[in-house]
Structures are given as structure tokens and as C-alpha cells.
Design a protein. Sequence first.
Lengths: 476, 197
Amino acid sequence: MNQPRTLYQKIWDAHVVSARDDGTCLIFIDRHLVHEVTSPQAFEGLRAAGRTVRRPDLTLAVPDHNLPTTARRDASGARIPIADPESAQQLEALEANAPAFGIRYIGDADREQGIVHVVGPEQGFSLPGTTIVCGDSHTACHGGLGALAFGIGTSEVEHVLATQTLQLKQSKSMEVRVEGEVGPGVTAKDIVLHITGVLGAAGGTGYVIEYTGSAIRALSIEGRLTVSNMAIEHGARAGLCAPDEKTFAYLKGRPMAPKGADWDAAVAYWQTLKTDPGATYDKVVVIDAADIAPSVTWGTSPEDVVPITGTVPDPASFADPSKQEAAAKSLVYMGLEPGTPLREVEVQNIFIGSCTNSRIEDLRAAAAVLKGRKKAANIRWGIVVPGSGLVKSQAEAEGLDRIFIDAGLEWREPGCSACLGMNPDKVPAGERCASTSNRNFVGRQGPGARTHLVSPAMAAAAAVTGKLTDVRELIA
Amino acid sequence: MNPVKTIEGKAYPFGLKNVDTDVIIPAAWLKTISRSGLGKGAFEALRKEPGNLFDSAEYAGSPILIAGDNFGCGSSREHAAWALADMGIQAVIAPSFSDIFSGNAFKNGLLTVVLPQEAVDRLMEVAKTDSIHIDLENQVVTTPFQDRFTFEIDPFRKHCLLHGLDEIGLTLASSDAIAAYETRLNTEKPWLAPQMI
């Protein structure tokens, strides 16, 4: 009888090429996603050393971080130049490097282009039980399919390009079990914000998390991608959801997924990818789904989470002195007073998008709230940015774009957009944004920008009322 | 990478404590597509001061930097190591380094030498007039004045630096094991190869 193993252990074991005495293992990487910001120096390093890409067939390059989300081609099909010369240069570098090293490239004008973490699952490039890396900390996203996926630095990008492996030590394992049914208006985003509030921003440091329990099983695949996406926001290297029939149904027929007999063999293997009865985790955290409300952040760390019905906390209420100091600083930056009900906080900007929340179900959830409604007069800027060109087409086929535009929001081209200040989509200093992205760090959405992380439905509700709003009041 | 055996030459007598990676290379330089060229941005804020150490003709091109405690703290940006290497620095001597920085430095063939504060103070004096010699094989820093300071280094890192083995080079030495794994994978999970689009 084999020792019972966790899902993480099974995936790890299946990828060990060799092991050193100090526990460092050479781990095979099944899928490598490459974008324009963290790859140029890696390709430069390969060139300088006269090295090639070992497995271009396992590598997929897609630009996303720097791309403006406004029109990319003029009427004649010619590229509209990117105003920021450094962004343009990073894009051109990827465009040149991908073919030079034989890597598949989905370009800025292709309809499949989008955020790498949306494109991977959508194309069936990301599969259960695989190891997936990308030079981006939100790579854990693909764990929603049951893949061991994590972000890496530029030297590691180069290492994977050259060897298709990484030298790694195994992390500890943690189970985060969310049991029960969530209430109305509570989405995958609220679940992961709540988890981050419970664990803290560093609570998962050193761990790979498996999200389990009936509330996770009840989520759609897109919902699970949202939960895993933010594993890094509670410090975990990676987050996993065990694959099930929903996962297989989601992947079947996707362009790069296995076909025919291969498909059957793949599913047979994927069905073994679950934690064995009797296997133990290094740590277990249990959360009651009934405790989760539509959630919102008040500070500058993703752990600063409260229910929308809550108030801005008093920094003195925290036990840890360093947290008291951090909270006080956060409130100054955020321009908030302790005790203020979150529902009284006015916002001027709405961002619906990012690798956390830009899939079709996210857009449907936002549109359901916005349908037949208009944005409030104080909403200065509101954009909806689909995660890929395919999500965009699907949304347009369903008429969602009309709902957003009629509500007074802008409908954009796919990309990372206002999640991070690397492209023209930025929130002005001192203004607030109800944002479906993943980080509320100081300056993340632009210098001085004040971010409140919420679900797509909650962002839509804020657009309607002009302040942070309990979406349950609009959907009742 | 080039093997690192001995490093000899002038040293910047910098000495500052808690130099974070924002000081070494400010965020504005992160939107680059090259590891090289970042030397221009190294210590940018400090170089705005007239008569600063890094722009003085006396020390230009020095291969060694002498710094204070906790060098390279803050953001994990690998650009900090790239910037130092690009300005011609091959070794940094300090009483301590941030873990992330020393890891990034190692990955880029930049030697970090940890010496006690008294030794660092003495080397700061010597650096104002004379050159400094680092012998990695024998783990010793010497001066023309008979100073002799031994230092500790992780044996694995030492081996890699002496032989010019970067992590990629080391892994490539396991190419046969990787190829064997790939062969097994093709047999056991042929469906793993992505379909062409």
C-alpha cells in the first residue's frame, strides 16, 4: 500500500527529474508562459551564452502588461504606435524574440490575445496536474485547474527557457477548507478576499495551498481560477483546486487541449489527482462559507478586508504593534477615518478587469447589476477590460458591451490595464477606485491612487451608486 | 559565466549601511529590455550630488565596492545585481547582505564577501590610496600592507563561481537526466504535448 499523498505531493513527485542530497530537486516544467516585461533579459542571456530554448513547444508568449487597452490598429490595419517608447520597446522585443527562438506567439492584434493567465486556460494550454510557470506572481491562477503554477524571476525564466526545469525545494502544504454554502451576492472573489483577511498577507508564506471544501467544489472553473489567482496575496507560492468533472468539461475541445484517445488518457490520469484519504497537510485552516459576505478592502494590503457592511477599523484595534503602525499609515494614504462605514465611501473610478476577474462570467456578473442602470454622476472614469479577445467577442455576442456602454462605462481591448501602473490606464492621485484587481498596494494603480478591491458585481454596484455598495441591495 | 578566481583593483570606499535596491537602481529603470546598460542608473540619486564617489575619476571602473551592513535590502529586483555588474563591479565587501540580493548577485557572477565591521573599516582606509586583492580559492582579502582577512562562503556557491558555472550551466550538466525524463513522459503521457494552433 502506497503512502497516502496530497494533491501537491502527487504533482511534485511526478515532476522530479533528479534530487540532490540537500533536498533541492530538479523539477520538470510542463508549460511556460512568457510576457513582455520579465522576458527580455532572459532572451538576452540566452543569446549571450549561445543557448537555445529547450522546449519551444511547451512555451507560449503573449504580451499583456504594457499594452494600451485602446484601439491597436487603424482602419488600414497598421499598428497605432504605443506612446510610451519603453512599453513599445518591450513589446517589440517579445515580437522579435518569440520567432527567433521558435516560440508560439499570440500578438497584440490576434483575437486570442489577452492576459497570459486568461489565455492559458482558455486555449487549453494550462492543464490539470501540470507544472506551469511565468515571470509573474499571479501565475498561481492556473491552480484553479489543478495545476501546480507559480511565478518566477527573470533568471528563472531564462533557466526554464534553457533547460525546461527549475531547481526547487518542496514547500510545506496547507489545506484551506471552505465548507458550506455562500449567501446571495457572494462570489469567488469574496471567498478569496475573505481567506486573505483570515490568513493575512504572509499567512501562506512557505506553503502551497490546496483549496478544498464544498464551497470550492461548488464554484465554476472561472471562480476557482479567481480564488487560486490570489494565492500570492496571502503569501502562498501556489494555490490548487483538485480537478473534477467541471474541470474536464471546461477543457474539452479547447484548441491546445488533448484530443480523441489522448483526451481519454488525460482524463483517466486527471481523475487520480486528488488528495488521498489519510494524507496530511502541514497546516489546515477551516472557514465557514456562511461567514463570508460581499467583501471590500479598506487599506493598502490585500489582508485589509472587511464585509461591505463593516466599518474602517481603528488601527489601535490590532494586537500587533507593527500592524497598528501599518494600518495608521494605510488610513492616511487612503484618506479614511476609523469607524467610517464602508458603504459611505465615495469612489470616482471603476475598474472591471485583470487576471483575477476579466473572464466571461465576471463580465456577466457585472452586466447583471448594470443592466438598465446608469453610472452615478460622480463616477469620473469607469472601464471594463475583457481578459482576452475571445472573452471580448463572447461578451459582444451576448450584448454585454452594450450594457456597459449604455451604463456610461468604457469597453476596452484586452490587457492588464489598470491593475498595475505600467500602461496608460491609471487612477489619478487621491482618487478612489472600486477595482476587481488583486493588489491595493500604495501606488499600484498609479501614484497616489486609492484602491478598494471588490468583486465584479460589487464594482458594478459601486458604479451605479457612486460609492462602495452592498450589491445585495441592488439584486434583491 | 566567466570564472571568478581573483579580483584585484581599486575599490569604492562607500561604507553606507542599509543600502536598499531602490538606491542601487531606482524603479524608473525597470522598464528596460536589457541587463546591460543599467550601470548608468546605478546609484542615480547619489550621483546627482557633485563630487560623489561614483563619478570621481579616481575610482572610475573599480571592480570592488565596499559597503555597510545589510547591503541590498528591499525589493527583490534582480536589476540591482545587473546594475552593479554593468558598472564593472565584480565583488561587494560588506558586514552583511540581504539574502535576496546575495542570491541574485550569485546568479549573476557577482561575488559578495562578508567581513567583520573592523575589517571593512580597515579596507575603507586602504581603498582611498591603494588596491585590494580578493582570492576566492583561498577565501582571503589582502592589501599591499600585509592585511589579511579570511572570509566564509557557501561551498556550493564557491564551486560555481570558481568554475564559472551559472545555475543554468549546472542544470545543463544534467541534460541526460532531463532527456531521460522527457522520454519517459512521452511514453507515459503522450497527451501532454500541446496541440498546435
